[in-house]
Design a protein around this ligand. Sequence first.
Ligand code: HEC
Length: 413
Amino acid sequence: MTRLKQKTLFPFLFVLALGPLSSFAQYEADQGERFYQLKCGRCHVAYLPQKYTIEEWKTIVREMGQLAGLDKKGEEDLLGYLEREAARSEKRGLPTSPVLAGYLYTEYFSSKNSVDTFDMHYLNINLSGRLHERVSYRAEFELEHGGGKAEPPFVEQAYIDVRLVRNMAVRIGAMLTPFNRFDEFHGPLENFLVNRPQMAREIGVSAWKDVGIDIHGSLFFGNKFYVNYDVYAINGLGAGTRLRESRQYLDNNDAKSLGFRLSGVLADRWEAGFSYQRGAWNGAGDYDLTMTGVHFLGKVGELSLFAEYSRALSENPAPTGRGKASGYFVQASYIINRKFRPTIQYGTLDYLDNGALLGRKPTDFDTKALALGMNFYLTQMIVFKAEYDIIGEGARKTKIANDLFALQAAVRF
Ligand code: HEC
């Protein structure tokens, strides 16, 4: 390379290098605790550093660091902090020992229009680990309603993440579909209520795991803003009687569903995102399902805000018109003394699909629900919830006595 070329390249490389280096230059290394809370306490409580060994933390930070927008220095500082804190406990890990985690919860539901019941709703066991500098995995097993014949145990997630470059990885396998945020937040600590918003059950389709490939990562713009992205190809929803019943592991057609999710995160407090997905749902692969979503998350002191909107359009064979579904929820939650968390949520679901052909049953939901919840946290990982849902019907429906009272006891381990 000639000297001239080197000279012209140099400033260019310098500017390139400055970008990532300038990210998060604002925090200071000795503010470990505050930095940890800021970065890792946005979507769930920042778990106690003593919970895992430093080797386990390395695995976790590898995975969560991208969600939290950690650059190289941020990751090193955070691990330094966790290492100092984790060293206080006696635990010793193998260099690549898997992290064992999970949750379980039991609920009680009472409503006029259905049988009152206890429900051993979920037992989820989660293993994640690193096997190589660039390769990590997550395997999550779920037993719903106690398992058995009707609900055999199944794989909720099983994927391999291959890091291509810093802040960019390709995920291969069964994953929670990157559509809006609620699906990832359906666990008992991330979802502050007992129930899920109707719209997130029926359109976002929580929990929606699908098989495919997802390129994900983060892009930094200055030190206050970063963007998380996902671009993916999956089997997509199939020809079930409604969207929720259309989840599948193996595809029913040759066409893959393509989608993306973009979320901008400002000052580690505000997140706004857009999701889009399109793919054929029927066996012949000629009727498309298109889904769009918008989500918003915010944190102001002890107040957490969460809102989502989803919309789905389903092409149907003539003479049936297009199936349409849309809905939203808005939620505000406040934590008092790290012990009590009152939550209020309002949500709607308007879902009309007359696609009775090709196996689809006519679907008609028209609901508006107000949920009032109160949680008590004995510790970070143990929660008792009580909730009352006032469920109203839209213009297409007649009023029924379907208000719901729900209790939940949950632990994460
Ligand atoms: C964008 C939201 C988000 C951010 C930011 C985030 N997490 Fe998480 N985290 C999650 C979700 C969702 C789960 C539940 C995953 C599951 O159960 O599949 C989780 C689970 C965990 C767990 C439980 C163990 C496991 O693997 O399931 C640990 C520990 C954890 N996160 C640590 C961290 C740390 C450390 C950071 C900061 C570097 C962080 N998280 C930032 C969303 C987030």
